[in-house]
Every structure is written in structure tokens, then in C-alpha cells.
Design a protein around this ligand. Structure first.
Ligand code: FE2
Ligand code: FE2
Length: 393
């Protein structure tokens, strides 16, 4: 999972009633004030924790709607899971400890030789991605907090619960594999990384999903695509720098994320079909809040701006950028055919106008932020994860 955006001091607002253009006339409330760009080159950073957390915003009749969709979920969503026997496991990508000792050590040596060619900043990004995966207990808790779809018993036979457990089990391999690979590389400070993971799981996350599965599934659709993109980019960079095994690892994880993205975005597609206004308002709501990245509360005990700095490096290496954020939004608008959705109330139509006009606005703000960032002097930031070596932002 990945960064949201500080863009500008501009205010994004909902279009006025019945007004289809995205400029000039806005209702005064509700509004989102985008915060000033931080003094780093990237615009992909974490927002501050939400100050007012809303909970259980799903009305009771809509809980029933999710109950009524169980048959559909069994038929349409569960098939996106892979049977365990057909799944890859982390050990398949790692030196085999059952080999004779010397052979095993040769494999470890080869792994270290391959990772020698990767720059420190690459490790910062890969560690940040791995830590994000490692906070999986938080994500399972978040999904199990969603009304109407949570796993009520811990082993519930509802398709929603089955999906969440099996999704978690699939995701669990991502952090395991990346963490072991990074450990064997010898390039990173495992103690500091482990401390960051413990802090992060302890801190949780604030995605603004309000125990509401409409919001929750919009969030996960966006997030799965964000992780698909970022793991795909770490794969590409590993390949370019001479580690084809790591490239295969990141690529394999990316393809899991893609499958998950398909499943979550199918759920939103279904919600748009059965409740177009509710679904559209939920999409607008999440976009108005901005998609907060799951690891935005990460802390290594040393750098209070750790997430911001990690996101800045990811932006600079092109692993996950503000451009990607706008691309994901545009992609989802296309996949869900949001411009074509009909049969909505006025509230739904206003939400539609807002969402469909948002990507170009984000891009404009992003271009301006980028210009300003280019004028700033590059500066170095030390990361405890790589033994306090400095990376230029
Ligand atoms: Fe993952
Ligand atoms: Fe995922």
C-alpha cells in the first residue's frame, strides 16, 4: 500500500448545485484546504493526522444492502483470490536453507553481489514499501471495522469476511519476502526498521473511512493500484541496476496488488450500479479528503518527518509520484465510467462534477508545486534505515 498530496494553498470545493463546470462558482462548504507544499522536492507526502474522526457513517439500511450482495460477492469477488496451492511463497525467491551450508552461503553471497549495484536511495524506498506492507494488522483491522462486511466471529463464512481473511493472507507474504531479502542484503539497519514497524503498527492509520464500506472500498481500490504502481517501479529499477531476482520479487508482488485492485474496484463498480448516488458521493468524499497513505504515521524514533522524507525519495526516484496520484484518479474515473453514471440525485451529480473535474486541477497544482520545488536547493536527509547515510532530496 503508499503517499497523498500536499499541493497548494488552493481550496478545492464542491461545485455549486446544478453547476457542471469545475471553476469559478463553488459552494462555500464543505471545502478542503490543501496545505502548503513542504520544503522538499516532492509533493507526495503525508497529511497531518485527521483532527476529527467520524465513525459509523453507514446508515442501517445500507448495511442490509451489503448483506443482499453476499451472493454476488461469492460469485464475483472470491474468484479473485488464488488457491493457496497455486500461490507463490516467499521461500521460493530466497536462498534455500536446506542446501548444504556452503551452497547456501554462496546463494547469500550472490544475493549480496546483486544488491551491491543498488543505490542507497533505492533501499530507502524499498524499506519504506516493505514497512508499509508490514503494517498489515492495521489494514485488516481497518477492513474489519467496516460495517456490513466485517468478520463478525473471526472465522465467519460470509464472503466479505472470507475475502478479507484470504486477502490478508496473500498480503502477508509481501512484507515477509521483502523483509527477508532486505535482511540478507546487509544494506539496511534491521533494528531501526523493526522499530519503525513496531511504532507504525502501534500508531495505526487514519484513512477517514468512517467504518463505511463505501468509503473503505474506494480507499482500497485506490491503494491497491498505488501499490501496484510502486512495486512495479521498484521492479523496473532493480532490473536496470542488475538485480533480476529482486525485480522478479517486486514484479510478483505488483501482480498480486493488481489482482486485489481488480477485486476492490469491482465492488465499487457494483455499488455504482445498485446505489449510484451513494457510491458517487463516497468517491467524492474520499477524494476530497485525499487518499491518505497507509504508512503516514511511520516513525523510527528519530526523524519526525520520516514519512515525508521517504515519500520525497519515492517521488524523486519515480517510484510513486504526485503524477501517479492524478493518474490513478483518472484511471479509476475511466474504469468506473464515472462521467457516464446516470440516475443520481442532485447530490450525486454534484459529487460527479467534483470527481470528474478533479484530475486536471490536481495536475495544475502539481505543476506549480514542481516548478517551485525545482528552484529549491537540493538538501540531504539522513535515514536511520541505511545507517544514517544521507540521501539527497
Ligand atoms: Fe501488498
Ligand atoms: Fe495489496
Amino acid at each position: 500500500m503508499q503517499a497523498s498530496l500536499y499541493l497548494d494553498t488552493k481550496t478545492l470545493a464542491w461545485p455549486s448545485r446544478g453547476h457542471t463546470s469545475t471553476h469559478h462558482i463553488f459552494r462555500p462548504t464543505p471545502t478542503v484546504r490543501l496545505r502548503p507544499l513542504p520544503p522538499v522536492s516532492a509533493v507526495a507526502t503525508s497529511p497531518p493526522p485527521l483532527t476529527r474522526q467520524k465513525a459509523h457513517s453507514l446508515p442501517p439500511e445500507k448495511v442490509e444492502l451489503f448483506k443482499s450482495l453476499e451472493g454476488w460477492a461469492s460469485q464475483t469477488i472470491l474468484p479473485f483470490l488464488k488457491p493457496v496451492d497455486e500461490c507463490w511463497q516467499p521461500s521460493a525467491f530466497l536462498p534455500d536453507p536446506s542446501l548444504p551450508k556452503e551452497e547456501f552461503l554462496d546463494r547469500v553471497r550472490a544475493l549480496r553481489d546483486r544488491t551491491d549495484g543498488l543505490p542507497d536511495e533505492y533501499f530507502v524506498v524499498l524499506v519504506g514499501d516493505m514497512i508499509t506492507e508490514e503494517a498489515l494488522p492495521t489494514y485488516q483491522s481497518m477492513i474489519n471495522g467496516l460495517d456490513g462486511v466485517r468478520d463478525e466471529t473471526g472465522a465467519s463464512s460470509s464472503p466479505w469476511a472470507k475475502w478479507t481473511r484470504a486477502w490478508t493472507a496473500e498480503e502477508n507474504r509481501h512484507g515477509d519476502l521483502l523483509k527477508t531479502y532486505l535482511y540478507l542484503s546487509g544494506r539496511v539497519d534491521m533494528f531501526k526498521i523493526e522499530k519503525t514497524i513496531q511504532n507504525l503498527i502501534g500508531a495505526g492509520m487514519e484513512p477517514g473511512t468512517e467504518n463505511n464500506p463505501y468509503l473503505g472500498f474506494v480507499y482500497t481500490s485506490f491503494q491497491e493500484r498505488a501499490t501496484f504502481i510502486s512495486h512495479g517501479n521498484t521492479a523496473r529499477l532493480a532490473k536496470d541496476r542488475g538485480d533480476p531476482v529482486l525485480a522478479r520479487i517486486c514484479g510478483t508482488i505488483a501482480s498480486d496488488e493488481r489482482r486485489h485492485e481488480f477485486a476492490y474496484s469491482k465492488i465499487v463498480e457494483k455499488l455504482l450500479e445498485v446505489d449510484p448516488t451513494g457510491a458517487m458521493v463516497a468517491i467524492a468524499d474520499m477524494m476530497r479528503k485525499k487518499i491518505t497513505m497507509p504508512a503516514h504515521l511511520m516513525y523510527d524514533g528519530e526523524d519526525p518527518k520520516l514519512f515525508e522524507h521517504f515519500a520525497a525519495v519515492a517521488q524523486r526516484l519515480g517510484v510513486y509520484t504526485a503524477q501517479d496520484y492524478a493518474d490513478i484518479l483518472e484511471f479509476l474515473i475511466g474504469r468506473w465510467r464515472l462521467e457516464k453514471v446516470e440516475g443520481m440525485t442532485g447530490e450525486g451529480k454534484r459529487a460527479q462534477d467534483f470527481v470528474c473535474g478533479l484530475a486536471p486541477r490536481i495536475r495544475r497544482l502539481e505543476e506549480r508545486a514542481d516548478k517551485r520545488a525545482r528552484k529549491m536547493e537540493p538538501h540531504g536527509v539522513k535515514f536511520s534505515w541505511i545507517y544514517n547515510k544521507e540521501v539527497v532530496l
